[in-house]
Ligand binder design. Structure first.
Ligand SMILES: [Zn+2]
Ligand SMILES: [Zn+2]
Length: 575
């Protein structure tokens, strides 16, 4: 699927246009097209086979459609090349710095002649940007932070995007010759971001070379960096490195264990092996001194068993105490997607969501849910369609009516802003009419750690608040968390019986795995919310479950595993 890659071309056109003095509506039109293409569920290269279909997608139109086809056929867009030729190469890197934006880039270029990231960094470090209108000390600091983010995000891919790439590869590669095939590394451990992608497989005898060759000819391949007898390495159109290794069936489990990592986990396992007079590697488990024939390694289970360990799920393999528990047969029984009975955070078209509550409830039924909670934005968040009180009462009424026929139970919730002084965005007499209240920070990110922590604690004090949404506010690859003493928040939530959210939106995954585990240790209940703004995004639930698993959660630690009856009982207890 090349949607993201193509969307990026249009984002770049929009940004370059805004560096020239182009009509803002045109800029907006390219941005819109990029957004639409990025979120298309079907591969754009498929849709493009039918020009009529492509050009009739809202937000695309004839002129954009022609450029999509041009790009697919030639690998370039004439319009983009024209724009590119007007600016030095380094400007494009500068445009990627999170939070900087085309307007400031333009100013930097025109007034100071800064045309690449290195020069910009130097200027910012020396405090030489302050003279420009709108460039105070704070902006300089933000630029430096942004540059640092840039170098990190160049290397790591969001888990969700990585999963999609792998699904596509496996879909194209699978055939009767392949016996087993699995992604390994941090992707298999479901880490929030992934570097390179490593895939392992075993095939029928004699089909090794053929499998590697097929891999190097996948449609996503831009460049083949290696194509050997048992290993192939490619770069995709979106500049991602993917390796495929073929290993013998007899040691597939040992290799899978080895390449899944983490490094720390594997180092710890090797120590245990040595004490038992064994060595383990990607080639199997051996008795020390007998390198000729492995004693086991066909499955991962065998490897753990021979070391005297309970099988350890990949999400736990970080050497955070899992090995010690596996020795005592005391590992947690991790929550599974099958345990999920509802979603606590879905936006409807009452605020900035794309679907009606009825559509959401029908989709939830398809997902097998028992209940859902519709949480829209509150009144002061005007940019996101926050609900005024009288509209909120309409929503409550609509949900009451829908529940007469709906196959899933619909709860009326709201994602209520925590204002800059810690007050909530609705008065108590309104909050008490809601089935579920999540409180969230969407403004005032620049406050001190003390202020933000106080704000959240004040929200926790309100007896109508059930959960705190995306507690640290981070956006992966884009924005660091706001300054918050999150362990203090967790301890305070525990004391007051308030939940914390694992926001499952791909770039949030907030709380993260580490603090999720900390919350569990403090007996805080977690709520997993997809923060879906379109029904298709309700599928992000799996990402929330991955965070929960990496945070050692069992189903009783997560409210989404509660039946409707248990849920209501729990929510009422708080008040
Ligand atoms: Zn939010
Ligand atoms: Zn939300």
């Amino acid at each position: 699927m090349r949607n993201k890659e193509i969307a990026e071309q249009f984002y770049l056109i929009a940004q370059l246009l805004s560096l020239t003095d182009e009509n803002p509506f045109k800029v907006r039109a390219y941005e819109k097209a990029a957004q639409v293409i990025e979120s298309l569920p079907e591969p754009i290269e498929e849709i493009s086979k039918d020009f009529q279909k492509l050009s009739s997608i809202p937000g695309v139109g004839k002129s954009i459609a022609e450029k999509v086809i041009e790009y697919l056929n030639t690998g370039r867009i004439q319009r983009l090349e024209e724009l590119r030729s007007k600016f030095p190469e380094g400007i494009f890197e500068m445009l990627k710095i999170p939070g900087l934006g085309p307007k400031r880039v333009k100013l930097l270029f025109e007034k100071l002649g800064i045309s690449n990231v290195d020069t910009l960094k130097e200027y910012a470090q020396k405090g030489m940007l302050k003279g420009l209108p709108g460039f105070g000390e704070k902006v300089e600091k933000n630029i430096l932070e942004g540059i640092q983010m840039l170098s990190v995000s160049e290397q790591r891919l969001l888990l969700f995007d990585a999963i999609k790439v792998v699904e596509e590869i496996l879909g194209e590669l699978k055939n009767k010759d392949i016996i087993n095939i699995d992604p390994c590394g941090s992707l298999r451990r479901k880490k929030e971001t992934v570097g390179d992608i490593d895939i392992l497989c075993c095939v029928k005898e004699g089909k090794e070379k053929q499998t590697i060759e097929k891999f190097t000819k996948l449609s996503m391949v831009k460049k083949v960096s290696a194509c050997g007898e048992t290993k192939g390495s490619i770069i995709t159109h979106s500049n991602l490195q993917v390796d495929l290794r073929v290993v013998p069936k007899e040691v597939y489990g040992a290799a899978l264990q080895y390449f899944t990592g983490s490094k720390q986990h594997n180092i710890h396992l090797r120590e245990i092996a040595n004490k038992k007079n064994l060595t383990i590697s990607e080639y199997g488990v051996f008795k020390i001194g007998k390198k000729d024939k492995p004693i086991c390694g066909e499955t991962e289970q065998e490897v753990y068993e021979i070391l005297g360990l309970q099988y350890i799920e990949p999400e736990l393999r970080e050497d955070r105490g899992e090995i010690e528990l596996a020795q005592q047969n005391k590992l947690p029984k991790l929550i599974d997607i099958k345990d999920i009975k509802g979603d606590t955070h879905i936006h409807s078209h009452y605020s900035d969501g794309a679907n009606s509550i009825k559509e959401i409830s029908e989709y939830a039924y398809k997902l097998g849910y028992e209940w859902i909670i519709i949480c829209d934005h509150s009144q002061s968040l005007k940019v996101a369609g926050g609900l005024e009180i009288k509209t909120l009462y309409k929503k409550i009424e609509e949900i009451k009516n829908l529940n007469k026929t709906s196959k899933v139970r619909i709860l009326c919730g709201q994602e209520v802003d925590i204002l800059s002084d810690g007050r909530l965005d609705y008065p108590d007499e309104v909050l008490k009419e809601l089935d579920f209240v999540i409180a969230a920070i969407h403004t005032g990110f620049k406050q001190s750690e003390e202020q933000i922590t106080e704000r959240i604690m004040k929200a926790i004090d309100n007896k109508y608040v059930h959960s705190i949404s995306h507690p640290t506010g981070r956006l992966l690859n884009k924005r660091s968390p706001y300054k918050v003493n999150i362990s203090k928040v967790i301890e305070y939530a525990a004391k007051n019986g308030v939940m914390l959210e694992i926001n499952a939106f791909p770039e949030r995954l907030d709380l993260d795995d580490i603090h999720t585990k900390y919350a569990k240790e403090h007996k805080v209940l977690l709520s997993i919310g997809t923060d879906a703004h379109h029904i298709s995004q309700m599928e992000y639930m799996i990402l929330g479950v991955y965070v929960a698993r990496r945070g050692w959660l069992e189903k009783e630690n997560v409210i989404n595993s509660f039946s409707y009856k248990e849920l209501i009982k729990y929510l009422n207890k708080r008040r």
